[in-house]
Write a protein that binds this ligand. Structure first.
Ligand code: THU
Length: 135
């Protein structure tokens, strides 16, 4: 594991500990690596009006964009499930795809072990901003 991946994984685990999830009690943490090496984190933020819940990955993306980042290389995602690697929900896959298909995705277990995959593997044949380009 490179130091950068180690840090990304550790930051997503820390972010999970900040999750606001009183309804599901299912904490999720995400950490995004920007092209210039910054790491932006997110956790899920639930709401009494359940449908207003925002996932960890999307919280991280919103934060990153507000902080001026639009180019990303990787995301690490974690939850409390110990015995298998868990991927981002479909909505989050689409939101990540808005910022390119070249993301490395580290599906991270609570002990810090991870499976490396990619966004294009997680969301094949995706609808992307390129499809909206006039031709
Ligand atoms: N959740 C995420 O934060 N990311 C995902 O990719 C899947 C689900 C959150 C939403 C909700 O707060 C809780 O996990 C249970 O669905």
């Amino acid at each position: 594991m490179t130091d950068q991946v180690k840090e990304l994984v550790s930051k997503c685990l820390q972010a999970r500990d900040l999750a606001y999830c009183p309804y599901s009690r299912f904490p999720v943490g995400a950490a995004i690596l920007t092209i210039d090496g910054a790491i932006i984190t997110g956790c899920n933020v639930e709401n009494a009006s359940y449908g207003l819940t925002v996932c960890a990955e999307r919280t991280a993306i919103q934060r990153a964009v507000v902080e001026g980042h639009r180019e990303f290389t990787a995301i690490a995602v974690t939850c409390d499930i110990k015995d298998r690697f868990v991927g981002p929900c479909g909505a989050c896959r689409q939101v990540l795809m808005e910022f390119g298909s070249d993301w490395i995705v580290y599906l991270t277990k609570p002990d810090g072990s991870y499976k490396e995959t990619s966004l294009s593997e997680l969301l094949p044949l995706a609808f992307t901003p390129a499809h909206l380009a006039k031709n």
